[in-house]
Structures are given as structure tokens and as C-alpha cells.
Design a protein around this ligand. Structure first.
Ligand code: PMP
Length: 462
């Protein structure tokens, strides 16, 4: 890789603090510079091709280089490149997208608030919950229950909802008023011999105990990703959402579904709520809404929430919340075209059908000495690597096995992500069956390398 003072690597090292990057190693090695994309592939600045096995950041549904999205953006740029939605102004793409989202989403969701990112959307959720409970005369009802290993963003409020140590440590998070209950991961947190249903019942009982001990009149909402993504691709145990919803309804705790990863087809259904039978009061979407060609997110709320909020804005003279980019015309125009492509090309169905192949092929690794659990639904999957299959013992974190597989996969032309020692897969929804086989072959080669690495690191016995 060229490392002249003027190379992109050197210039990047001089100026950028990268998210989720070990900045010390980064100063040494520089970034992998991605130059262009085409379908499920991206190419680096040396011309090397990679399968984008994580669809960017779980988001490029229609693949890279989709001309229709480029044209939709260009058309909108020419007609009206920017306008805001403040002070009773609007524009066609945001109106049409709001209508589209309401028509696709679970029945009770009827009003839309646009933001630029998933973090801002979840921040907005926290503020809406406060606002709502203040205006309906329940000023004590503000706490939010989230889960360990949840990912809901990185702003002060959404980062507090997130349940991952790296997002809290040294940032003085979480803020007060957020409670994290157990992660619904049966493989890791289920008791010996406990069925998924029993585990789900135990988690529901835990949540009920937390609500009762905090005081139901102080708990506003429960937030959850239908299937947890960035925390390690964790599908809930059987019956989980039904039981959790029962408890929420019992104590008048609102349900917030964070569909930032699962929305628009990832699980083989339009939303994770459809897949798991969730009836949310609030839903958050982003990422695949524009295939990340433009930054955009949305918060959908029920009429029951909207009515008192709207009434209060009349009383106090306006709704004091909004972003310069809320409902940005280029982003919303791209979203409309993107959703049309998802529908026209049957990409939700493709995620279901081709997803079955991905899940089946990955499960063939279940017998591999390094693989503890293979899990996932549709076109999202996780493979958890363990030091000992029998006892499910994790690798010593200092070995960095997940990161090693991540790096070796790059060598083999496959981009994936690791969450600790869980390898995550989330390819574009356009992926074909033959491309899944190619992805699997590359992953298999990276696993073989990891096996050799572990053997070379283990102390010889005897
Ligand atoms: N919620 C979930 C479920 C996410 O996966 C993410 C991003 N990975 C976010 C929220 C935050 O979105 P953003 O990075 O756009 O702020």
C-alpha cells in the first residue's frame, strides 16, 4: 500500500478520528480506503474487490451503484435541493414518504417525525416520551427500560439506551433514568436445561420485577430491537415479545420498536414487528430506508401519543424540536425510490428465500471446532466463536479472535463485522444464491486461518 505523505492513507491519519476504531493501531496502519461499489461488491483504492457482507453498516439494501437512486437524488437536487419542514412548511417528497411509511408500518402508527440518523431518532423518542407524559399529567413517568447489549445509537440519550460497555465507558453514560435488563440471548444467558420459552418467561418476570421495584408510575417505555443487531445478532427466544408486551400493557409502559436494522425487509418481512408480532406505540426506522445513499431516519408514533402532544403545541405556541435536515427533500426522494425498488424487485421476499440459504449454509459450520452458535433470521446472521464448544467458554479477549477473523476475511475478499467474537453477516437484500455460496467459501477460508492462528498460539502440552 503506498504511504507517501500525500497518499489518502497518510492524509486520513493526519485528520480523522474514526468511529469504532483503535486509534493507536490506526495511526500505524491507516484505513482501508473504499473507492467504489457495484451491486453487492465494493472495491478498495488498489482495485481489490470485496463482497460487502454487512451491506455497509447493515444498510445498503439495494446494493451499490443503483442508478435509480442516483437519478432520484439528481432530479430532486435540480428541482428543490433543500427545504425545511419548520414553521408549517413542507414539500412533496417528505409528504409522500410519510404517507408511504404510515401505509407500510404496523396499524396504530400514524404520524411521522423525520431525523438525519438513528441516534437522533432515538433521542427524539426520549424527548417525545418526556413531552407526552408531561402533557398528560404524569411527570413522574419518564424512565426507560432497555437491555444489555442493545444498540440504539450514540448521542447522550440514545447512547444511554444502548447497552454496550464501549459506548458508555469514559463518556459518563448511561444518564439517569435508563434501566438495562438482561439480554435475551438463550445460548449465553439461558440456565442449563432451560427451554427458550422458560427463558422468555424468566426475562418477562425480571422485567416485571424491575417495573414494580422502580414504581410503574415512573416507567414510561420499553425499547427493543425486534432482533438485536450490533450487539451480536441476537434473535429473541421463542415467545419473548408476546410475554414482554403483556407485561408492558399491564403497567401502561409504552413499547418502542427500534427497527433501524430490521426495517424494510431484513428478516424476510417488511418489519421485524411483523415477523415477531410486535404491536408498537413507537417505531424507529433508518438505514435501509434509503439504502444509506442519504442520511435519514424516522420516528413513527400512534395517534394516542400524537393527539395530546399536538394539543400542547397549540397551548404553548409550537413544538420545540426539529432538525435543519428533518425530512430533507433529497433524502426523502431517495427513500421513496428505494422503497419502490424494494417492492418492485421483491427484495423482502428475496431476503426470506435467499436468507434461508444463508442460514442453512452457516449452520453447516455448527460442527466446526471454533463455532459455538450460529443464529439469525432472513439475511442477518451471527456466528459466535468459542474456545470450548462443550462448556461454551469464550476465548480470552486478548487473543482477539473475532478481530482476527474480521481481518482474514478482508484478505479473502469479504467484508464482515465482529462484535467481540461473534461474526456478523448482513449482506445487501439483492444478494443471489450463488453469491451466498461465494460468501460462505470466503468465510470458511477465514475460519481456517483462525484455526491455524489458534494452534500457533496454544502452548504445546505434555
Ligand atoms: N438503532 C439501531 C438498532 C442501530 O443499529 C443503529 C445503528 N447501527 C442506531 C439505532 C443508530 O443509528 P445511527 O448510526 O444512524 O445514529
Amino acid at each position: 500500500m503506498p504511504d507517501l505523505p500525500n497518499s489518502m492513507h497518510a492524509r486520513d491519519r493526519a485528520n480523522i478520528l474514526h468511529p469504532y476504531t483503535n486509534a493507536v493501531n490506526h495511526q500505524r496502519n491507516g484505513p482501508l480506503i473504499i473507492d467504489k461499489g457495484e451491486g453487492i461488491y465494493v472495491f478498495d483504492d488498489q482495485g481489490k474487490r470485496y463482497i460487502e457482507g454487512l451491506a455497509g453498516l447493515w444498510s445498503v439494501a439495494v446494493g451499490f451503484g443503483e442508478e435509480r437512486l442516483v437519478s432520484a437524488a439528481a432530479r430532486q437536487m435540480e428541482k428543490l435541493p433543500y427545504y425545511h419542514t419548520f414553521a408549517s412548511k413542507s414539500h412533496e417528497p417528505s409528504i409522500l414518504l410519510a404517507e408511504k411509511l404510515v401505509s407500510l408500518s404496523p396499524q396504530r402508527l400514524e404520524k411521522v417525525f423525520f431525523t438525519n440518523s438513528g441516534s437522533e431518532a432515538n433521542d427524539t423518542v426520549v424527548k417525545l416520551l418526556r413531552y407526552f407524559n408531561n402533557v398528560v399529567g404524569r411527570p413522574q413517568k419518564k424512565k426507560i427500560i432497555s437491555r444489555q447489549r442493545a444498540y440504539h445509537g450514540v448521542t447522550v440519550a440514545s447512547g444511554s439506551l444502548t447497552g454496550l460497555p464501549l459506548n458508555h465507558r469514559d463518556f459518563d453514560l448511561p444518564m439517569p433514568g435508563v434501566k438495562h435488563v438482561s439480554c435475551p440471548h438463550h445460548y449465553r444467558n439461558g440456565a442449563p436445561g432451560e427451554t427458550e420459552e422458560e427463558f422468555a418467561a424468566r426475562l418477562a418476570a425480571e422485567m416485571e420485577a424491575v417495573i414494580v421495584s422502580e414504581g410503574p408510575d415512573t416507567v414510561a417505555a420499553f425499547i427493543g430491537e425486534p432482533l438485536m443487531g450490533a450487539g451480536g445478532v441476537i434473535p429473541p427466544p421463542a415467545g419473548y415479545w408476546q410475554k414482554i408486551q403483556e407485561i408492558c400493557r399491564k403497567y401502561d409502559v409504552l413499547i418502542v420498536a427500534d427497527e433501524v436494522i430490521t426495517g424494510f425487509g431484513r428478516l424476510g418481512s417488511m418489519f421485524g414487528c411483523d415477523y415477531y408480532g410486535i404491536d408498537p406505540d413507537i417505531m424507529v426506522v433508518s438505514k435501509q430506508i434509503t439504502s444509506s445513499y442519504q442520511p435519514l431516519a424516522a420516528v413513527l408514533i400512534s395517534e394516542e401519543l400524537f393527539a395530546p402532544i399536538a394539543e400542547n403545541t397549540g397551548r404553548i405556541g409550537g413544538f420545540g424540536h426539529g432538525f435543519t435536515g428533518s425530512g430533507h427533500p433529497v433524502a426523502t426522494a431517495v427513500a421513496l425510490e428505494n422503497i419502490e425498488i424494494i417492492e418492485e424487485r421483491g427484495l423482502v421476499e428475496n431476503a426470506r428465500v435467499v436468507g434461508k440459504v444463508l442460514q442453512a449454509k452457516l449452520r453447516e459450520f455448527a460442527g466446526h471446532p471454533l463455532v459455538g452458535e450460529v443464529r439469525g433470521v432472513g439475511l442477518i446472521a451471527g456466528v459466535e466463536l468459542v474456545a470450548d464448544k462443550e462448556s461454551r467458554t469464550a476465548f480470552d479477549a486478548s487473543l482477539g479472535i473475532g478481530t482476527y477473523v474480521f481481518e482474514r476475511a478482508h484478505e479473502h475478499g469479504l467484508i464482515i463485522r465482529n462484535s467481540g467474537d461473534t461474526i456478523a453477516f448482513c449482506p445487501p437484500l439483492i444478494i443471489r444464491e450463488d453469491q451466498i455460496h461465494d460468501l460462505i467459501t470466503r468465510f470458511s477460508a477465514a475460519l481456517d486461518d483462525a484455526m491455524a492462528y489458534i494452534r500457533s498460539n496454544s502452548t504445546p502440552r505434555g
